[in-house]
Design a protein. Structure first.
Length: 387
């Protein structure tokens, strides 16, 4: 029976010891043990294994002294055991640090993957949106082409009929002059009322203007079809100059009030590409250029070929970019535009399309001096084209 215990012993074991069997503090005690049996060994000091208040094992070096019929036990932590426990704690701490670091890295990887997944989803939606717009454009172009076709045909027939009527009027006038009836008051009044001279000139001009207007509509429709390329194979030999020109015509309404466009196209070989997607790159670069103008500016479009590469350049005289902004322009969702004015996906999508084509985009810019984007595409197409 434990008669008394000092504060250190009680704190170490974690339970009141007075009045308890002496083996209460022993570790893994499987049966009763008489104190006299334990004291039979007179070696000093003795090792005593106890369980601490924290539930951890602890080895004590115990010295025993007699005090009348009682025994006094003086214990201190065993140095060797303490060192072992310290090593175990250190090893556990090290393992915990490794696990924490590994968990941090995995969390960072997971965050990066989530970000990439979100970017991919948004870009996929953007691509699907452009595909839908392309299909709509192709459908509208097809529907417009039908009435344009028969109106154009009717105008041709009408022009022929008008020419025949004018010829007939000329014959009537010559006959009237020959018969001396040209001065007939009724005929004179009818000619003055109809203003035959004006009609003769104006009807021809009206027909010519109508044919010209239809030709302009036909050209716009053709540019829409060329821009969307829905009715063509994905990968094909294409004329980048024609693609740039059709894209320019499609977005011309956005450019004409803010930009003077200068063209300097070089001779290009046919480039194997997905022209609908490349046209999307051109449209994004043109939109980016016109948005760089505070008021009005100049956009220079040029192209050329160097060895196995073809290039197209879009250069503006806008406000330019700082080096810090240039480093981030191809990041998804990065934009310098006010909230609601841009998604930050235009240049990112252009970069991904060019990269998928095995090409690259070179950028040069200085604040206040404009920006130049130069798109390089391999003439033979990418080595492993994706669908």
């Amino acid at each position: 029976m434990i008669l008394a215990a000092n504060g250190h012993a009680t704190t170490l074991i974690g339970v009141p010891l007075e009045g308890q069997p002496w083996h209460t503090m022993l570790l893994n005690f499987g049966g009763k043990l008489a104190l006299a049996d334990w004291l039979a060994d007179t070696a000093q000091p003795r090792l005593l294994n106890v369980r601490t208040a924290a539930g951890l094992p602890q080895t004590l070096e115990v010295k025993v002294e007699t005090n009348g019929a009682d025994y006094l036990l003086f214990g201190e932590v065993n140095a060797v055991e303490q060192a072992r426990l310290a090593r175990e704690v250190l090893a556990l701490n090290h393992e915990q640090n490794n696990l924490t670091r590994e968990l941090t890295l995995k969390n960072a990887d997971l965050k990066l993957l989530n970000t990439k997944l979100e970017q991919s989803q948004v870009q996929l939606l953007q691509s699907e949106k452009m595909a839908a717009v392309g299909q709509l454009a192709a459908g509208v172009a097809h529907e417009i082409n039908n009435p344009i076709g028969y109106v154009n045909s009717n105008l041709g027939t009408l022009k022929s009929h008008v020419e025949e009527l004018l010829f007939l009027i000329d014959v009537y006038e010559r006959c009237a002059d020959a018969n001396g009836t040209a001065t007939d008051p009724a005929l004179q009044a009818a000619r003055e009322k109809a203003d035959i001279g004006f009609l003769r000139d104006d009807v021809v001009a009206l027909l010519a203007e109508s044919r010209d207007g239809l030709e302009r509509v036909r050209k716009i429709v053709q540019d829409l079809r060329d821009f969307s390329r829905i009715d063509s194979p994905d990968w094909q030999e294409a004329d980048l100059n024609a693609g740039l020109e059709s894209t320019l015509n499609v977005v011309w309404n956005e450019l004409k009030h803010k930009a003077e466009v200068v063209k300097s196209y070089g001779e290009l070989p046919p480039v194997r590409c997905h022209l609908g997607q490349v046209n999307q790159v051109f449209m994004n670069l043109l939109a980016n250029a016109v948005q760089a103008f505070e008021d009005r500016g100049k956009i220079t479009l040029s192209s050329g070929a160097e060895g196995p590469w073809a290039w197209v350049s879009v250069e503006d005289t806008g406000k330019g970019m700082t080096p810090e902004v240039m480093k981030r322009i191809f990041e998804p969702f990065f934009t310098t535009k006010p909230v609601g004015k841009g998604t930050g996906l235009g240049l990112s999508l252009a970069y991904d399309i060019v990269k998928k084509h095995g090409g690259r985009i070179d950028v040069s810019s200085q604040p206040g001096q404009g920006t130049s984007f130069k798109v390089w595409l391999p003439v033979a197409g990418p080595e492993n084209p994706a669908a």
